[in-house]
Design a protein around this ligand. Structure first.
Ligand code: FAD
Length: 441
């Protein structure tokens, strides 16, 4: 590894390579600490890179890969490091490729934005909005990179209408393979799919074209209810609004006090927060009132909508964990109509305190179940029980590529024949030691 690092420093410049121990440590872990299971299995400091390299251009990425390939040095790509599953951990050391300097953003004529893999979603969204466009989807971690979102994330604000990152959001990719060729692959449409949500095991994404649509006027609506049933009734009804909302997040009272809302949320009530298109706001307000709820605030500035995004998906779980550092919570991402109809059946799956956070997808509700952590066996038993309730379960407690695995395996055979890209994240022959995710997400 040392020889490769020295050669990379010679070609790219010494300032683009670091072996400083503190920097290595920082760049070798992600947000897997949200999972008590992963905290034990992939603790910070157990797997550490030998060097962090910071390329500035796609060609430099291709160059680094060619050198690493020749010397059999593993390379693990990294964006902002906000992934939840330990999937940016360099299990075999080697080089961590920090891609944040590939941050070019170009709003294209027509329907896309072209961005370097390291461009932050917050900046891409800002550039798109300034040009009168909305990007289809972004995660609640808006400070993450577009490359990291495409390679490691899946859903977020915009998902109700546009689905996940595999549903057309990625129009085209430029990818650097680890095949010793030093070339770049340009892939459009379906051809890009083997690189989406593949944790970088099939290639390093260096440039992304994401889908946009004409910008809409979005409004943040906060509502409060006295019961889950009333909140769930309105949540469900949002799917038939003439313009679908961009986000609809619900929380039961235990999760509400730790939310960093800009308005005074009633901590004792169920909270529903909607990013609604301006022309539908009156209808949302009417439905809230009809269900016996109260509209707490209607804020029509974009920053308020961004704040709602920052309180969606895994964020309420994180805020709860921060508010109760003395308690160990674990969470599970699950889907099923049962959230609207019988939440107590879900709660009954785990012993102790169980809290529910709700999101809306085009095909129904998605939720984060937050419960007391005892041990991994309890988590696995709970997942089994949820499946028997007809729910889809996504475990945030393992680091393997878990979607389109066949495609990733087939592609990686061509693009990374030596298995040097992000080692340990693609399980050959699909044999998994503990438990793989199940169902559709
Ligand atoms: P990283 O964490 O740096 O990388 C993610 C994965 O992609 C790693 O496997 C890494 O090796 C690989 N990778 C990174 N860059 C590249 C590249 N250029 N080419 C190839 N592979 C690459 N996710 C969602 O989908 N929706 C959410 O709403 C959401 N909310 C979250 C809330 C919290 C509190 C946390 C902690 C996480 C959340 N996540 C969510 C997960 C994560 O934040 C996102 O998926 C994020 O977009 C990842 O981007 P990143 O730049 O941080 O990537």
């Amino acid at each position: 590894t040392l020889d490769v690092v020295t050669e990379v420093a010679r070609r790219l410049g010494a300032d683009r390579v670091t072996t400083d121990p503190e920097t290595l440590l920082k760049n070798s872990s992600d947000w897997s600490r949200m999972s008590p299971v992963l905290e034990e299995k992939v603790p910070r400091g157990r797997y550490v890179a030998d060097a962090v390299v910071r390329p500035r251009t796609p060609e430099e990425v291709a160059d680094v890969l060619a050198l690493a390939h020749a010397a059999d040095v593993p390379v693990t790509p990294r964006g902002s490091g906000t992934g939840n599953y330990g999937q940016a951990t360099p299990f075999d050391g080697g080089i961590v490729l920090d891609l944040r300097r590939l941050d070019r953003i170009e709003v294209l004529e027509g329907e896309g934005v072209l961005a370097g893999a390291g461009a932050l979603l917050s900046k891409i969204d800002r550039a798109a909005r300034a040009a009168g466009r909305d990007i289809w989807v972004f995660p609640s971690t808006k400070a993450s990179t577009v490359g990291g979102f495409v390679a490691g994330g899946s859903a977020g604000t915009g998902t109700i209408e546009h689905g996940t990152t595999t549903d057309g959001f990625v129009r085209a990719l430029t990818v650097a393979p680890m095949d010793g060729s030093g070339r770049l692959l340009h892939l459009r449409g379906e051809d890009a799919l083997p690189y989406v949500h593949a944790y970088g095991v099939t290639g390093i994404v260096v440039e992304v074209e994401v889908a946009t649509e004409p910008a809409r006027e979005w409004t943040a609506v906060y509502a409060a209810f006295d019961s889950w049933a009333a909140m769930a009734h309105v949540h469900r009804s949002l799917l038939d609004l003439p313009v679908l909302p961009r986000l609809a997040s619900g929380d039961e009272p235990a999760l509400v006090p730790s939310l960093p809302a800009s308005v005074d949320l009633d901590p004792g009530r169920f909270s529903l927060r909607v990013i609604a298109e301006a022309s539908t706001v009156a209808e949302v307000e009417r439905r809230v009132a009809d269900a016996g709820g109260d509209v707490v605030a209607v804020l029509d500035d974009y920053a308020s909508c961004d704040r709602l995004s920052g309180m969606s998906y895994n964020h309420p779980v994180l805020f709860l964990q921060r508010a109760h550092p003395d308690r160990t919570w674990f969470h599970m991402e699950t889907g099923g109509e049962i959230y609207w109809t019988d939440p107590d059946a879900v709660r009954a799956v785990y012993p102790g305190d169980v809290h529910l956070h709700l999101e809306l997808m085009g095909r129904g509700p998605l939720a984060m179940v937050v419960a007391d952590y005892h041990d991994e066996a309890g988590v696995l038993a709970g997942m089994e029980a949820m499946e028997t309730l007809g729910m889809t379960v996504h475990s945030p407690h393992q680091w393997y590529v878990d979607r389109n695995v066949d495609l990733a395996v087939r592609t990686a055979r061509e693009t990374d024949p030596k298995g040097l890209l992000n080692p340990g994240k693609l399980v050959p022959d699909h044999v998994v030691p503990t438990r793989v995710n199940v169902g559709v997400r």
